[in-house]
Design a protein around this ligand. Structure first.
Ligand SMILES: NC(=O)c1ccc[n+]([C@@H]2O[C@H](COP(=O)([O-])OP(=O)(O)OC[C@H]3O[C@@H](n4cnc5c(N)ncnc54)[C@H](OP(=O)(O)O)[C@@H]3O)[C@@H](O)[C@H]2O)c1
Length: 240
């Protein structure tokens, strides 16, 4: 394949979808990973191909270590090369301290932290020289949201993982993360939530998926940047 190839996890909907479409619009061939969102992933692939780009969909449950290990080799079999791994898939599960079970903790960590780690490990073995890994963190890694404690802990782990991977994989590969603020609320989110989150940002708005996608694309193309967690959050907490 002539174009650079990016694997984007969780690309069948929402933020991952925006990242996949943005990369394709800027010349990348895109492996569109999904789990439950097969129809969404097919739409993303069709949209990229309709625009003259190259894409294919790849299903995998990222809580399954065997599926994780197989994913990048499956993409390689399609494209012959992988230049970038973008780990956007995650879940935001409630985990109040008083009522969270061991199974809930394991579920949160396996999707939000173990999966990026194992995918990055696989990427280290398969990515082309000069390639890049991009993890998606979260502003909640640096804040206290008691009802989502383990989500924040997992995302803080993603931020730490970014630095550890960057040190371990340099100079062959670069590793960075984008930590979004609120960019896309849950589909059932109350309108007041958007207003409250907008008020907490110095720029007085919530973000958009394309704000995240632009930062991802910048970091994939920034040859002298590694080990960084770039907050794309409208200045949350600057004027608190
Ligand atoms: N939205 C925000 O405002 C915001 C703020 C801060 C950080 N972030 C981060 O940005 C990223 C994208 O956010 P989002 O709001 O688009 O996330 P989301 O709506 O929660 O989407 C979750 C994605 O993860 C995938 N996924 C869930 N369980 C999976 C599994 N077992 N195996 C494989 N894939 C699985 C889903 O794929 P399927 O649908 O195909 O199952 C979906 O594409 C996440 O890392 C999130 O933590 C988002």
């Amino acid at each position: 394949m002539q174009s650079r190839v990016a694997l984007v996890t969780g690309a069948g909907r929402r933020v991952g979808r925006a990242i996949a479409l943005d990369l394709a619009a800027h010349g990348w061939a895109v492996a569109v990973h999904h789990h439950a969102s097969a129809p969404g992933a097919s739409e993303v692939v069709a949209q990229i191909r309709d625009g003259g780009g190259t894409a294919a969909a790849f299903a995998a449950d990222l809580t399954d270590p065997a599926a994780l290990e197989a994913l990048i080799p499956r993409v390689m079999a399609w494209s012959g090369r992988v230049d970038a791994l973008v780990c956007s898939a995650a879940g935001m599960t409630r985990s109040p301290i008083g009522s969270t079970t061991a199974a809930t903790v394991d579920g949160i960590l396996s999707l939000n932290l173990r999966a990026p780690f194992l995918l990055a490990q696989s990427a280290a073995a398969h990515l082309a020289e000069g390639g890049a890994i991009l993890l998606i963190g979260d502003h909640m890694a640096d804040e206290c949201w008691p009802d989502y404690a383990m989500h924040g802990v997992a995302k803080a782990g993603v931020h730490a993982l970014t630095r550890h991977l960057a040190a371990a994989l340099a100079p062959r590969l670069r590793v960075n993360a984008v930590a979004p603020g609120a960019v896309l609320l849950p589909d059932d989110g109350a309108p007041q939530l958007a207003e409250r989150l907008a008020a907490q940002a110095a720029l007085r708005r919530i973000g958009t998926p394309s704000d995240v996608a632009g930062a991802v694309r910048y970091l994939l193309d920034a040859p002298f940047v590694t080990g960084q967690v770039l907050r794309v959050d409208g200045g949350r907490g600057l004027d608190a």
